[in-house]
Design a protein around this ligand. Structure first.
Ligand SMILES: NC(=O)C1=CN([C@@H]2O[C@H](COP(=O)(O)OP(=O)(O)OC[C@H]3O[C@@H](n4cnc5c(N)ncnc54)[C@H](OP(=O)(O)O)[C@@H]3O)[C@@H](O)[C@H]2O)C=CC1
Ligand SMILES: O=CC(=O)O
Length: 291
């Protein structure tokens, strides 16, 4: 099975390497073409435009930063729409809003192609290990055809019905995650400032009803003020923004998420957007008076 892959950022690179290692033929494209070199060395083919990838492959996956990128790769010159046609499937794994996904879906279907949105939960390491959670929606026949791929990429895939449901589910999940990250950050600072050992707080949390893999994974590095990017903070803030817009549309009051969004925006204004989203911790650390 030959798979096209558009977008070799943190996630796209990890997923396409995993597909190659699992025996799929993979043809890649990235806006910054030089980033394709490593994949070429691992046996991938490279094309110079999204249109060329679509022309070559029956199935093409995209993993792009945000709605602007997802729309550009489909609608701009040399984009997906120029070559999509009956018998071809386009699967967008980027985290975007339902409106963006619907626009892409309508355009692909109008050309006779099939479309699936399939955002993922899980970060760099789960992508490398094929342990993502896939939140798919759209053409069910395409979902069924993609199961061998999803079985390699993820530990579980959900089919959520009509296009938009995958995007919405992903935004709800990441809205919760962003709020939890801020709660952890405040807790670490409060423990420290009130004379407790933050590392012991993490041990207590890990045994408590609110134990979760994110606290366990990110907490120790946050204490060290170390934020190597797995999930870039700028993308988490984009997800908070899109989730808050979903809240606006549905008249859902989300004061906790709104406050978390402000913290991520503050972190971006401090130049931390390319660090891991746990770097939101610096908005509190940097403000902390010296001992
Ligand atoms: N990292 C993570 O832990 C997770 C991320 N996600 C989501 O997955 C998506 C990708 O994330 P991630 O890999 O971390 O992001 P990166 O920032 O590492 O990669 C972004 C990718 O998008 C491309 N891109 C950006 N703008 C454009 C544009 N205008 N036209 C074409 N290509 C563009 C970049 O190309 P170039 O190299 O040229 O800049 C790059 O390939 C995001 O939607 C994110 O929210 C979902 C789950 C986990
Ligand atoms: O979108 C990010 C993630 O970790 O999931």
């Amino acid at each position: 099975m030959e798979i096209g892959f558009l977008g070799l950022g943190i996630m796209g690179k990890a997923i396409s390497v995993n597909l190659l290692r699992s025996g799929f033929k993979v043809t890649v494209w990235n806006r910054t073409l030089s980033k394709c070199g490593e994949l070429l060395d691992l046996g991938a083919s490279v094309e110079e435009t999204p249109a060329a990838v679509i022309k070559k492959c029956k199935y093409t996956i995209a993993m792009l930063s945000d709605p602007v990128a997802a729309l550009s790769v489909v609608f701009d010159k040399d984009g997906v729409l120029e070559q999509i046609s009956s018998g071809k499937g386009y699967i967008d794994m980027s985290t975007v809003d339902a409106d963006t996904s619907s626009k892409i879906s309508e355009a692909i279907l109008a050309k006779g192609g099939d479309f699936l949105e399939a955002p993922v939960s899980g970060s760099k390491k789960p992508a490398e290990d094929g342990q993502l959670v896939i939140l798919a929606a759209g053409v069910q026949a395409l979902y069924n055809e993609m199961i061998p791929v999803f079985n390699v990429v993820g530990k579980k895939s959900f089919y959520l019905g009509q296009v938009g449901n995958g995007a919405k589910m992903k935004l709800v999940v990441n809205m919760i995650m962003g709020s939890m990250m801020n709660a952890l950050s405040e807790g670490l600072i409060l423990a420290d400032r009130s004379g407790l050992e933050p590392k012991v707080l993490l041990d207590v949390l890990d045994l408590a009803a609110i134990a979760n893999p994110m606290f366990k994974l990110k907490g120790p590095a946050m204490i060290e003020r170390n934020y190597p990017p797995a999930f870039p903070l700028k993308h988490q803030q984009k997800d908070m923004r899109l989730a808050l817009a979903l809240g606006d549309e549905n008249a859902v009051s989300m004061p906790v998420a709104a406050a978390a969004n402000e913290a991520f925006k503050k972190a971006r204004s401090l130049g931390l957007g390319d660090l891991d989203f746990s770097a939101v911790h610096e908005t509190l650390e940097a403000a902390k008076p010296p001992h």
